[in-house]
Design a protein around this ligand. Structure first.
Ligand code: NAP
Length: 506
């Protein structure tokens, strides 16, 4: 059955319309009208979230796991309609959206099973030592408790897995925190149908209505009202460096500052070491071209920069990458604005001193074609403007004088989500010298692979030093993401009846 959005916000269990509307701008299919949120509606949603926290924050892990599984079931019950509207709004192909939906429900179920195990609570118990000299020790028991209402911003580039029911929402709900979600303007219909799944799961599980609210549109004023609302305790965000930094600064400037978990920009450099290049430059180039252009390059882990020693192997790499990228057809980007920003970013990079254009397809409107540039190590280092993410299929090959310059470039990098080594056994010595640098720069270091495709699992880190993220101690993918929305509380000499259930057992 075709899903036709009604265009209302979900606040505390009610679908609320506003006086002013905006129209969606789908890549294909019909546009629809959606109510614009206001700071007054933000206030209503945050108060409902705070009310809900008094009960939701005290629910058992079993009840919360059942709720997370119910959300996944309700999403699956709407699978075909979700795929249809998400494809229309984002322009992403059906197979990608179906994969993303599976990842979204898988993530919800993973958090359900994760909280049942209780590792995330990091329980510590120091028994009392009444006879200790010179002073007795009290009994101290520690556990992680939920923070309170969390604001989440849906990301443009993952309409499902990093949006309404995405990793930020799933991990906050798993922790015991209600969520106020600001939908992304690029896919409001997708946000609405997923919010319907929430609505059904909340009712079915008897959860408090304010545990999840969805607000759409309303411009920057709405996002600003949300992160500065006194009842919001933390923020989850994926998006641009500029937008993320503005919101981070607002969180830090509040009378009571709160953590802002922003995942911002990353160029995900790949270091191509000499023995690997001598053995298989063409193969690495083919793999890079595929990774760089996957999903029109709209992945935060897109490997935008490769570094190789100048010489015949780098030339073979450049020729193969050029040929492979030249065969890639134009792809529709998520929004016209993102396509425009991509073209402007490519133009600025092409015009930077010392930059040589190896291939540059011209596309218009929402379409994008890959661009491949080459620059020497010296020119790269002299041009910090090149070091920032251009969101889309732009690749830059840096040819360095020698491996010493490769290490210098690594040392000068900003924080990254990922760094990758392409290496053979004879590269091990050089790789050993790079590793202490790369592990300081990135949340994830890979060998002989491509960073697109982020596994959702216990050991994943999707974060890194600024500007990859605003909080290098955290990840937004994988089960450790739940720790962002918990804080430790110690209970000293507390009667058992007053302790959280998990602490009574020890
Ligand atoms: P964005 O412009 O940062 O917007 C993300 C969200 O933040 C939107 O909901 C936006 O709301 C809000 N926002 C941005 N600036 C704000 C401000 N000053 N005050 C209040 N709210 C603000 O990101 P985007 O729309 O997803 O894409 C634009 C660019 O972001 C892309 O071209 C790309 O460069 C980058 N991007 C990077 C990644 C990544 O993973 N690294 C992912 C997605 C996008 P409004 O609707 O009110 O603007």
């Amino acid at each position: 059955m075709t899903f036709i959005p009604h265009g209302r916000h979900l606040i505390a269990g009610d679908w609320i319309a506003g006086a002013v509307t905006f129209r969606s701008d789908p890549a294909h299919g019909p546009a629809h009208a959606f109510s614009e949120a206001t700071p007054a509606l933000v206030d209503q949603a945050c108060r409902a979230a705070e009310d809900a926290f008094w009960t939701y924050g005290q629910t058992t892990r079993v009840d919360r796991a059942a709720f997370l599984n119910a959300i996944a079931d309700e999403i699956e019950a709407r699978a075909a309609a979700i795929t249809a509207i998400a494809c229309q709004e984002s322009g992403l192909p059906q197979a990608r959206i179906e994969g993303e939906r599976g990842r979204t429900t898988g993530q919800l179920r993973l958090f359900a099973s994760h909280i049942l195990k209780d590792d995330h609570l990091d329980i510590r118990i120091d028994p009392a030592l009444p006879d200790r000299q010179p002073l007795p020790r009290p009994e101290i028991r520690m556990i992680q408790r939920p923070l309170g209402p969390v604001a989440v911003f849906g990301a443009s580039n993952f309409p499902l897995a990093f949006s309404t029911a995405g990793g930020d929402t799933a991990s906050a709900l798993a922790a015991g925190c209600p969520v106020v979600l600001r939908g992304h303007q690029a896919h409001p219909g997708t946000a609405e149908i997923v919010a319907e799944a929430f609505h059904a799961a909340i009712t079915g599980c008897g959860m408090p209505a304010g545990v999840f609210s969805l607000l759409q549109g309303g411009g920057n004023a709405v996002g600003q009202a949300l992160v500065t609302h006194p009842l919001i305790r933390a923020v989850g965000f994926t998006g641009s460096l500029r937008g993320g930094r503005a919101l981070f600064d607002l969180c830090a400037g509040r009378p009571e500052p709160i953590p802002f978990f922003g995942e911002l920009g990353s160029i995900n450099p790949m270091f191509l070491l000499p023995a690997a290049m001598a053995a298989r430059a063409e193969g690495i180039a083919q793999g890079w071209a595929a990774s760089l252009t996957m999903g029109a390059g709209q992945f935060c882990t897109n490997p935008g920069v490769v570094i190789a020693v100048a010489g015949p192997d780098a030339e073979r790499f450049a020729d193969t990458a050029c040929a492979a990228l030249g065969q890639v057809a134009a792809q529709t980007m998520l929004t016209g604005g993102i396509a425009e920003a991509y073209r402007a970013g490519c133009k600025a990079a092409c015009e930077a001193p010392g930059v040589q254009t190896l291939t540059a397809g011209a596309a218009e409107g929402s379409a994008a074609l890959p661009v491949l540039l080459r620059v020497t190590g010296d020119d790269w280092q002299a041009n910090p403007a090149l070091h920032h993410e251009v969101f889309g299929p732009l690749g830059i090959l840096i040819t360095v004088r020698d491996t010493a310059q490769m290490i210098e470039i690594a040392r000068a990098l900003e924080g990254q989500l990922t760094c990758t080594l392409h290496m053979d056994a004879d590269d091990t010595e050089l790789a050993r010298r790079l590793m202490p640098v790369l592990e300081r720069k990135a949340g994830r270091v890979l060998a002989n692979g491509y960073p697109t495709g982020v596994e959702v699992c216990d050991a994943m880190v999707h974060g890194g030093p600024y500007p990859a993220s605003t909080n290098f101690g955290a990840t937004s993918v994988g089960t450790m993401a739940i720790r962002r929305f918990l804080r430790p509380v110690a209970y000293q000499n507390m009667p058992g009846a007053l302790l959280p259930a998990e602490l009574q057992e020890g």
